[in-house]
Design a protein around this ligand. Structure first.
Ligand SMILES: *Cc1c(COP(=O)(O)O)cnc(C)c1O
Length: 393
């Protein structure tokens, strides 16, 4: 179980639960109960039914013929973009709302940067009739007006974080403060494989449905459940962790994670944590983190809001350190080009996050007969304005 979390919540040197003492009872309640709950028959039944009938799973594994011809290899797209709400995030929020219900919680809080996780959380709260409060930086509320409108339409209360840089980090602080004040009735839904143990493991397990399906679908289509490559973008790392999970032990499957280089890793406008980061503590776990010499978190930058995060989940820090996953990066420009190419060749507008994963095909020296699975984490409707702004035709 080399790449699994250990009983103390660590992946090798990374992970753990570095939290204020006041939060200890909340996190401990989760830690003690999550495995028993999520592996119970009744949970699995309800989870799988909702994934199927509400989220629309299994998502297709699609052989992209024209893209494959362009790169002279065999490219399959795992269509997470076809999930309800347009990305993989719903897999996790469905899992966590079912867990919250079983813990007797009647109120949900979440933090959101770009608003995608806020929308996925507001969605499952509406589905279950549970009160929902989403913390969001004041600056992000202005920048991400359509997602704020969506959350409100879904019945959530969006609370602005007005301290500091008024972005994700400040929203997270507000959410933690709220949770400390409501330990009995509230569950905090974290949106990626980040945060104190058990969140990274819990979110990885909910998202692992992606690789479970890839295995089954590839076997049906090619006779072999293992591809040569799996490629996924990494912000916090939840879609990548989900796409890699069931392949971690098949060392012949090359796992490729793509970070956002932004304007370039040396420009000071980047989110390529593995190149620019060092071990440190963020959101309650020890992981790789972009920081100054005196330990201040560096403001990240990427054209895609979902990859604009200064750390990565601790599982990825471990997969990087052990060399099991190869980390590369793609710039804004490379991602945009890859996004335009998919539009023209396949009639699919990818999320800008997913376009970073697609950009890897420019690097791969294809021999012609490999099988490459790219996790298409989300759809690009939310990114139309950015695509149009950069389109020079
Ligand atoms: C949020 C998001 C991401 C980044 O989050 P991970 O936890 O790294 O998966 C990637 N793609 C899309 C479409 C997203 O919405």
């Amino acid at each position: 179980m080399k790449y699994q979390v250990d009983e103390n919540g660590y992946y090798g040197d990374f992970g753990g639960a570095y939290i204020p003492e006041m939060l200890y009872p909340n996190v401990e309640e989760l830690r003690k109960n999550y495995l028993e709950i999520i592996y119970s028959n009744s949970f699995q039944k309800e989870f799988n039914e909702l994934l199927r009938d509400y989220a629309g799973r299994p998502t297709p594994l699609y052989l992209a013929k024209r893209l494959s011809a362009h790169y002279r290899t065999n490219i399959y797209l795992k269509r997470e973009d076809l999930n309800h709400t347009g990305a993989h995030k719903i897999n996790n929020t469905i899992g966590q709302i079912l867990l919250a219900k079983r813990l007797g919680k009647t109120r949900i809080i979440a933090e959101t940067g770009a608003g995608q996780h806020g929308v996925a959380t507001a969605t499952v709260c509406a589905l279950m009739g549970i009160e929902c409060v989403v913390y969001m930086g004041e600056v992000d509320i202005e920048r991400q007006a359509p997602n704020v409108a969506r959350m409100k339409l879904l019945g959530a209360k969006v609370v602005p974080a007005t301290c500091g840089s008024k972005t994700l980090k400040d929203a997270t602080n507000e959410a933690i403060r709220d949770w400390i004040n409501h330990p009995e009735d509230t569950h905090y839904i974290i949106g990626s494989v980040v945060g104190p143990h058990p969140y990274p493991d819990m979110v990885t397990k909910f998202q692992s449905v992606i690789s479970e399906e890839i295995k089954r679908q590839l076997k049906e289509k090619t006779g072999n459940e293992n591809p040569d490559y799996i490629v996924a973008c990494v912000g916090g790392g939840s879609n990548a962790a989900g796409a890699f999970f069931h392949f971690l032990h098949d060392e012949k499957v090359k796992l490729i994670a793509i970070e956002a280089a932004g304007k370039g890793v040396d420009t000071g406008h980047s989110a390529a944590t593995m190149v620019l980061g060092k071990p440190g503590i963020i959101h309650g776990s020890k992981t790789m983190l972009m920081q100054t010499d005196d330990g201040q978190i560096t403001e990240p930058y990427s054209i895609s809001a979902g990859l604009d995060y200064p750390g990565v989940g601790p599982i990825h820090a471990h997969l990087f350190e052990t060399g099991r996953v190869i980390f590369v990066n793609a710039t804004d420009e490379e991602a945009l080009s890859a996004g335009y190419l998919l539009c023209k060749l396949e009639g699919i507008i990818p999320a800008l996050e997913s376009a970073h994963a697609l950009a890897y095909m420019e690097r791969l020296k294809a021999k012609g007969n490999e099988v490459v699975v790219i996790n298409l984490s989300g759809r690009g409707d939310k990114d139309l304005a950015t695509y149009i702004k950069h389109m020079d035709i």
